[in-house]
Each structure stands twice: as C-alpha cells, then as structure tokens.
Design a protein around this ligand. Structure first.
Ligand SMILES: Cc1cc2nc3c(=O)[nH]c(=O)nc-3n(C[C@H](O)[C@H](O)[C@H](O)COP(=O)(O)O)c2cc1C
Length: 370
C-alpha cells in the first residue's frame, strides 16, 4: 500500500522503501539487468569520418552550460540511490567525483527520506560538494500525492539545484506492490513546475519518452527532460528478478520501450531540451546523442558497477575514458565545441530513420484523442 499525505511511514509487503532500494543495488551488481535484444539505436547514427579536420587536439572544448551552470563535460550521473548507510557512501563518493571532474550528479529517489526524514543525511552531499550541479529526485507517485510544500522541502533539505521527477510506469506494473493508478500525473507535474523555485527535469527510467508525452510535458510547463530510453538498464527485468511471481510478464516485457536515440529525436521534435540516457556506454554514444540534439548525456549502471568493482578511482577512470572517447570523436568529426556536433555530417540507419519518420508526424504516437 502506498503512503499518502499525513499517513505514517509504513513498510510495503516486501519491506521498506529503503530495503527495496537495497535489493535493486544488489541485483544491479550481480545480475544481467540490461535489455536482452533491444538496443539504444545510437549505433544507427554513423558520424562521418573527417580525414582532414584542420583542428588541433588542444582546441577541442567539451564544456557546456546546463541548467544555468558551466560543466567541463556534458555528462550527468543519473539518480540511483540514498536511504541507507551504504547508499550514503555511494552518493558522497560519486557526488565528490562528479564535482571534481566537472559533471552533474543526481541522487536517487527521495521517497525513503520523505517517509523517514532522519534519512536525509544519506542524500545530502552538499557539504562535501559545494559547487556541484545537484539534482534531487522523486517519483511521479509521490509528485501526485504529496503536497507541493513537502516536495519542495525534499529539494531544499539537500540544497539541490533542480528536481528530477521520474516516470516508471512499466517498473511499477511489474512490481507486485507497485502503483496501479497513474491518474493526475500531468496535473501534478504542472503544479510542481509552477510552485518550485528550481527547474524540473522529467525523466523516464529506461523506457523512453514519446513525442506526444514530450508535447504534454511542454504544455505543462516543462522545458527539460531526461529521455532514459530503452537499450540500457531494464527496470522490468530488475523487478522480475526481485519478484518471482512477476518473472513471466518481466520476461515478455524486458525490452519494452522507445530506444534512446529515437526518444531524443521525439523530444527534440516537441521542442524540449534533453539529457540522453539509457544505455549510454561510451564517449562515442555521448557524441552520437549530442549529434542528435541532446544537451547532455546521462549514465547510471556502468558508473555504479565500476564504482563497486574498483571504488571511486575506478568510477573516475571510467568518466575520464568517456571524456577521451568524446574528445577523439569530436576531432574526427572536426567539431571544436559541443555545439558543433549537431552539425557534424552523419548517416541515419534504417531503424532509427523509421522512428524519426514516425515521430515527425506530431501526435501520431497517440491514437486515442483526449
Ligand atoms: C542501481 C540503480 C538505481 C536507480 N534508482 C533510480 C532512482 O531512484 N530514481 C530514478 O529516477 N532513476 C533511478 N535509476 C534509473 C537511472 O537513473 C537511469 O534512468 C536508468 O538506469 C537508465 O540508465 P543506464 O542504462 O545508464 O543505467 C536507477 C538506476 C540504477 C542502475
């Protein structure tokens, strides 16, 4: 049962929110939680090699401005955790790392903190990373049911610069104790956009955003989204592993969703700025996503896995590998700055082109008029 405003914190049938998040961390470490055959379709973006770039390596500038802040790299470690001592350590290590290398960082869902305000410390990284571009996080279920002032408190308590509201309908439906009522989501987002002092970033969690959803978000006042498309971590798969009674539906729907590259095209066609995430696994993926019009790229699972395998230094080395790959691709496409990538010559493969043509049709991706 879900907790509504004014009700006491209560554990679900499978334990508390914090316990469920802990199970997610373990499964993401030990099991194959990626899509099975679905890909991001970023491989369908063929950036054309420039054998005569007339650019020096020293001229390559990977800096961007995002949410009013300057970053050294167009990267975001997307929200994953909080609520336990182990999660606090992960947040602190990854947040200080992000600050050090000049990228943005998001904490995981603060639902546990809303239920137990004493858990705030496990999300609060501001003292260690005063200059970090930090994103708070709640689910659409909490956005729908909590008073706006209580959501604002979650943001203020950790001194975040923006709030991510995550959409995870597929995950909820596969979770035996998950939400089943999604009414009022758009209105809740619209309320939050108007009431909060910080920007709202609406994110998916691995199933992507269509053009129609992006248009409804824009009408609700949203300007920034994180597509979190299909082709990377599958939350349907994670929940299927956690709950044996959901194994059937999770197997069938493991690859459900809109591929990340297609989702970037969809939300850009709707006029939103976006983070490309979901299956970003190299600096080449980052370059391809930016070439399609994304402002930033986001990564979750690989950073977490590398952190667990090789600590903060391992995660740091991974970000620097992404940087090296991105800089190399920029030079190979004669792109001096990030803003040059959308103009870099590219070939779009047939599968991504089919999605592009589909999303060009405006609201064609929603058949039921409202
Ligand atoms: C261990 C783990 C925990 C996550 N928890 C959250 C969360 O609390 N809130 C959220 O918005 N997304 C959460 N996500 C989703 C990621 O932010 C991201 O959207 C998704 O995993 C796709 O990116 P990836 O393929 O790089 O992992 C989580 C991801 C991982 C791997």
């Amino acid at each position: 049962m879900r907790k509504g405003p004014g009700q006491p914190a209560r554990a679900s049938a499978r334990g508390s929110t914090a316990e469920r998040k802990q199970a997610h961390l373990e499964l993401c470490l030990e099991e194959d939680v990626g899509a099975l055959t679905r890909t991001t379709l970023l491989e369908d973006v063929e950036l054309v090699h420039d054998a005569l770039p007339d650019v020096a390596e020293s001229e390559i500038d990977t800096g961007v401005r995002w949410l009013g802040r300057r970053l050294r790299l167009p990267l975001l470690i997307t929200g994953m955790t909080g609520g336990t001592a182990a999660a606090a350590r992960i947040n602190r290590d990854l947040a200080t790392l992000a600050s050090e290398v000049g990228i943005a960082f998001g904490v995981g869902s603060q639902r546990a903190m809303d239920e137990e305000p004493d858990l705030a410390w496990s999300f609060d990284v501001r003292a260690e990373a005063p200059d970090l571009l930090l994103l708070a996080n709640i689910g659409i279920a909490q956005a729908r049911t909590l008073p706006v002032a209580r959501v604002a408190r979650l943001v203020e308590r950790i001194r975040a610069d923006a709030l991510c509201v995550h959409l995870n309908v597929a995950q909820e439906l596969v979770q035996p104790e998950g939400d089943r009522d999604f009414r009022g989501g758009t209105a809740a987002i619209s309320r939050l956009v108007r009431a909060l002092d910080v920007p709202l970033v609406v994110k998916e969690t691995g199933c992507g955003l269509s053009r129609s959803v992006a248009e409804r978000l824009r009408e609700a006042g949203v300007r920034q989204v994180d597509v979190a498309g299909a082709g990377g971590t599958s939350w349907v798969r994670v929940e299927g592993l956690r709950a044996p009674e959901s194994a059937g539906v999770a197997t069938v729907l493991r690859d459900w969703g809109i591929p990340t590259a297609a989702s970037v095209l969809a939300v850009r066609a709707a006029g939103l700025r976006c983070v490309a995430s979901g299956g970003i696994r190299s600096g080449l993926d980052v370059a391809r996503a930016l070439a399609l019009g994304a402002s930033m790229a986001g990564i979750a699972l690989p950073v977490y896995q590398r952190y667990r395998a090789a600590g903060r230094a391992g995660a740091r080395a991974q970000i620097l590998e992404f940087e090296r790959e991105l800089r190399t691709v920029m030079l190979l496409t004669a792109s001096r700055k990030i803003g040059d990538l959308p103009r870099a010559p590219r070939l779009i493969g047939p599968r991504l082109d089919a999605w592009r043509r589909f999303f060009r049709g405006g609201r064609a991706d929603r058949t039921t008029p409202r």
